[in-house]
Design a protein around this ligand. Sequence first.
Ligand code: ADP
Length: 402
Amino acid sequence: MKILVINSGSSSIKFQLLSMVDEAVLASGLVERIGEEEGLIKCTFMPDTVDEQVVKNGEVIADHNSGMRLAVDLLTDPDQGVIADRNDISAIGHRVVHGGEDFHQPTIITDEVMAAIEKNVPLAPLHNPANIDGIRVAQELFEGVPQVAVFDTAFHQTIPAHAYHYAIPYELYEKERIRRYGFHGTSHKFVASECAQLMGKPLENLNVITIHLGNGCSMTAVKNGQSIDTTLGLTPLEGLVMGTRSGDVDPAIHAFLARNCGMTIGEIDTLLNKESGMKGLCGLNDMRDIHDAIAAGDERAKLALEVQTYRNKKYIGAYMAALGRVDAIVFTAGIGENDEIVRAKTVAGLEPFGIVMDMEANDQRIKKPTLLSVADSKIQIWGIPTNEELAIARESQALQQG
Ligand code: ADP
């Protein structure tokens, strides 16, 4: 039983093939630069045991259709032996960014489901069309194989109305569906359930604050296993300070920039999504470069780190208030798993609230779930690697089995 997981972006397609007998990754790859002059495909077979990558570049990859065909050619290459027959694939799981209010769960893709994903394009104009392209090609290449959509927004559909409404005219919610949706749901759900297992508690009784810090960053308050609030909103811009995204700003910044700097809405959107966050503050958006710059005495890089970790801390406080009882805080994703300085600064000063980090345990890159708090910390701190592909594969398998 093999599951193919596809994450189709605007100019790239990530793919992973898993054997669900033992959840081993059989192949993991990326088709990049779709539509550019020189396409690029990278794929590692048996990545848990081999580092060697098969790389093909130079060929123009005109669109998602040809990108996916090339990926499938690689996966079905008899020399690699990971897919002998396309019927070996029992389901294909697709990451779909925006399910709007239509999807609370992963779902088998039917014509109605496709229509609903299309209906939600205005909410994710860059992502949903790329996801739709990926699904269409997979349907063509793997006729008859169940296709499953796993939505980034689905886990957050349990957020109550008082937390998802913005205080703007109600008609804008009714007509335009403007509300908080939240993203990274697959990751938050995955690490919350891992945390429940690690703590020996049923997920239904677990209250946890999950902190996903990657290129995009978000925090979720999980009460009794369900999302009750999250920092990303209508779009993946709100909340925490990210690599190039501002997170929370005064919404009047838009009007100020338009009036005083003559900027268009499009320019402001680009500014807040691509030129802000850590990059806006110090010119760098990779945390490794930021730490190097701080070590070399760069004051702006130092400020950027303070702004980011202060925002993290502020939201932990907010979510402690929203949850009442908190059992654990979980750090995950690129920064959450690898950056001990960001983790330490995020929870520094929270000791009076029962959050006490074990500095020695924290001083490492997290390769497997690791307890980062001292034994008598009232609220445990965990580093738990996220695995969105595995989560999507598990959901797809469960649905395909009915
Ligand atoms: P994405 O959101 O694209 O999935 P990731 O979760 O992979 O991103 O996170 C990528 C980010 O993680 C990088 O931009 C970098 O800031 C950070 N990161 C990765 N490795 C390290 C490391 N060893 N130390 C500090 N930060 C790291």
